[in-house]
Each structure stands twice: as structure tokens, then as C-alpha cells.
Design a protein around this ligand. Structure first.
Ligand code: 9UX
Length: 72
């Protein structure tokens, strides 16, 4: 299965920040593709829900030093 999550990420102030979040997410097992937009503060993550959960994805962002904001 393939699901898509869109999360707002706060705390990114330069392009290296968004690149770092993108790299962290793309290395997370179960994540198929992650793209992070610095200007819009949005992360778009395609993932396999059998391997990784939205909570895992948010935790990885937090562990990298940034603040995920759920937009449910
Ligand atoms: Mo840019 Mo982000 O110098 O932690 S990498 S602000």
C-alpha cells in the first residue's frame, strides 16, 4: 500500500534545514519518497503504512530538531 501524508514543519529557517528533514525522512524505513518545501513549510511524504506510521514520521522530524504540526 502507498499512502501520502502532508505535514507542516516548523523551525526550518534555511535550505539546509529543509534538506536535512528531507534526508531524514527519505532514510526512514517505509518511506517511499519525501519532499520538503522550505517556503511553504510543508513535507509531503509517501509511505507504506505497514512499515511506518504518521506518528513515526512526526517523531523522526522532531528527533531531527524540527517541529511537526498535524493538520487533521
Ligand atoms: Mo541553516 Mo537550519 O544555517 O538548522 S541548517 S538554519
Amino acid at each position: 500500500a502507498r499512502e501520502q501524508l502532508e505535514i507542516k514543519v516548523k523551525g526550518m529557517t534555511c535550505a539546509a534545514c529543509s534538506a536535512r528533514v528531507e534526508r531524514v525522512l527519505n532514510r526512514l524505513p517505509g518511506v517511499l519518497h519525501a519532499a520538503v518545501n522550505l517556503a511553504t513549510e510543508k513535507a509531503v511524504v509517501k509511505y507504506n503504512p505497514a512499515e511506518v506510521s504518521p506518528a513515526d514520521i512526526r517523531r523522526a522530524i522532531r528527533d531531527a530538531g524540527y517541529t511537526p504540526v498535524s493538520e487533521t
